[in-house]
Design a protein around this ligand. Structure first.
Ligand SMILES: C[S@@+](CC[C@H](N)C(=O)[O-])C[C@H]1O[C@@H](n2cnc3c(N)ncnc32)[C@H](O)[C@@H]1O
Length: 350
């Protein structure tokens, strides 16, 4: 069977260079459907895989938002991009502390990779869970949506400024392998101050992420609810080549071995919030502040006390990874998208 490298090469030889977004979409589709990439034996780890506390606190957040919605008898509790299903599993365990919420929750996982959906079925065995492949397939009703490290995996287009003009960056190929080449002149959909950047600047646009934020915003304007987006990225739109590949927890060349390394780019939270209007955006705030406000220090102390010295050291180490400024605490951010009439979500201030 033809490898992804071979089919990409054939595509480029027949039709010319492809956009960085097309390359990333092909690579990500293959990547997530050919392995379980998480944890020490995989390529990268995520907050729910680092500690149960992450999913538990998100569960608490969801229970509080459900109360803000008036404790409806039925709420669509959905996660998009659920990985191994670990976050949802921890969330549901913590939600057991609020039995009417757990009873009201109709759980949905939005996943494009059949392989990871099978992994989620294992993690969540015995629970009543539904799957679908896209956000617009979720059933109607009050909505609680969680997306952790989904948006960074969605394809970005890249643009380069040369002699005062923006051009699309494309992926071509030579005998030796894939390479970045300069493509047609372009007008990236970015704020004027970003477009004014000096020559040599690189800018990124994640059209798929914006489209998803737009769909979420429309839905939250029609039906009550909130979405919690946690990811790594920048508060304001800016310039910079942030596309990166990780393999076995190490940086890897972006165009080497397509589909065999995790490709991500920083999330532009400003553009997501703008795309989600008329939903109201709260934050983004840093993951460290968000988890502290939700009580991670208290939860860690409880878990540490319940175990021995070794467990306590592990729990404290996990907490530091999630909240310390030089770990995930500052680079990762939490953004809430909410129905416009709702008050501030738990953990968020005006
Ligand atoms: C980096 S993983 C994050 C996993 C999980 N949220 C976590 O924190 O461990 C990205 C997840 O999003 C899924 N995914 C990628 N593109 C998607 C899309 N367009 N819609 C839904 N899921 C998607 C992947 O298959 C994978 O489950």
């Amino acid at each position: 069977m033809e490898s992804l490298s071979q089919s990409l090469r054939r595509r480029i030889e027949q039709g010319g260079p492809i956009t960085v977004a097309d390359y990333m979409a092909e690579a990500a589709g293959h990547y997530y459907n050919s392995r379980d990439p998480f944890g020490a034996a995989g390529d990268f780890t995520t907050a729910p895989e680092i500690s149960q506390m992450f999913g538990e606190l998100v569960g608490l957040w969801c229970a509080m938002v459900w109360q803000m919605l008036g404790s409806p008898d039925r709420v669509v509790l959905a996660e998009i991009g659920p990985g191994r299903g670990t976050l949802m599993n921890d969330l549901l365990r913590a939600a057991a502390a609020v039995p009417p919420f757990l009873k009201a929750a109709e759980v949905w996982l939005v996943e494009t990779s059949p392989r990871l959906a099978a992994r989620q079925r294992q993690t969540l065995a015995g629970r009543d869970v539904n799957w679908c492949e896209s956000f617009d397939q979720l059933p109607d009703g009050p909505l609680l949506l969680v997306a952790n490290e989904l948006f960074d995996a969605l394809p970005v287009r890249q643009f380069e400024k040369r002699d005062g003009t923006w051009f699309e960056r494309m992926v071509g190929c030579t005998e030796q392998g894939f390479e970045f080449v300069i493509g047609p002149q372009a007008q990236p959909d970015l704020p004027a101050d970003v477009l004014d950047a000096p020559d040599g600047s690189v800018a990124e646009v994640c059209a798929q992420g914006r489209e998803l934020a737009k769909q979420i915003g429309r839905r939250l304007n029609r039906q009550p609810g909130m979405a919690l987006v946690v990811d790594y990225g920048h508060v304001r739109s800016g310039t910079g080549d942030t596309l990166q590949a990780l393999s076995r927890h190490r940086f890897h060349a972006v165009l080497e071995t397509p589909g065999n390394a995790d490709l991500t780019a920083h999330v532009d939270f400003q553009s997501l919030a703008a795309a989600a209007v008329p939903a109201r955006a709260w934050g983004p705030m840093t993951q460290g502040d968000f988890l502290r406000l939700l009580g991670i220090e208290t939860r860690a102390a409880m878990l540490a006390q319940a175990g021995g010295e070794k467990v306590a050291a592990e729990i404290m180490g996990q907490m530091r990874r999630l909240i310390d400024a030089d770990e995930m605490g500052t680079l990762f951010k939490a953004l809430a998208l909410a129905s416009p009439t709702l008050a501030a979500p738990p953990g968020f201030v005006c």
